[in-house]
Design a binder for this molecule. Structure first.
Ligand SMILES: *Cc1c(COP(=O)(O)O)cnc(C)c1O
Length: 219
């Protein structure tokens, strides 16, 4: 069997049923995506708009594309017609632009608010207070976006306790927000190195790249 199908099945088979696996295909060729698509997998994640659009153009149209990387406002228009879920909404300005482009395309766009949980400054995301403010008012101002959950990236460290605590924190924020916003259902946390910990701490969407496709040579 093709090794990437084997990798996908191995991960999929051990995931609890309520956890969605997003196969992170960034830097990998469209053929790899086609291979997994033919094996029945539909959810793929990319972190660069240009690469995402290029793959969208040539691959089957029922693939569910997840934008997982930092998104610049001026690029929202390129993915607005088709994107399935934007994981990386890190400012109200960006949400506003997503709403505008969703309106132009006469559709709703589902989003996750990215919360900063790592102790690295380099990682994107907002503080819980900002997310709380957005959740209170966004439906009136931005009727074409639906915030369906939160996303977070743990610190890149060997320290499992730290990773676990960061995920625990995000889960607690998620649970707190859910009491006010019943439509919050997706908690996107966990990558190749930490998805098992993330699931133990309440994740229901994991973004796994290198464990499926092999190591990347760049970004
Ligand atoms: C690249 C990336 C992943 C997947 O990383 P792996 O370690 O290869 O599983 C997940 N989430 C985001 C936001 C990424 O940029």
């Amino acid at each position: 069997m093709n090794p990437i199908i084997k990798n996908l099945h191995e991960i999929q088979n051990e995931l609890p049923e309520h956890v969605t696996l997003v196969a992170v295909s960034k830097t990998k060729p469209a053929e790899d995506i086609q291979t997994l698509y033919e094996a029945g997998h539909l959810d793929f994640g990319e972190n660069k708009v240009q690469e995402l659009v290029g793959k969208y153009d040539i691959l089957p149209k029922d693939i569910r594309w997840h934008l997982i990387g930092h998104l610049q406002k001026n690029k929202v228009k390129y993915i607005a017609p088709f994107v399935h879920l934007i994981h990386s909404v890190d400012s109200e300005e960006l949400l506003k632009e997503i709403n505008k482009q969703a309106q132009k395309n006469n559709r709703m766009i589902s989003c996750l608010l990215q919360i900063h949980i790592a102790d690295e400054e380099t990682k994107f995301g907002m503080e819980q207070e900002e997310a709380e403010d957005i959740l209170k008012n966004y439906k009136i101002h931005y009727p074409n976006v639906e915030i369906i959950g939160l996303m977070g990236m743990a610190t890149f460290t060997e320290d499992e306790t730290q990773i676990r605590n960061e995920f625990k924190y995000l889960k607690s924020v998620f649970d707190k927000f859910k009491t006010q916003n019943a439509e919050l259902k997706t908690l996107s946390m966990g990558m190749s190195g930490d998805y098992k910990i993330a699931i133990e701490e309440g994740s229901n969407m994991v973004r796994v790249g290198s464990l499926i496709f092999g190591v990347r040579n760049y970004y």
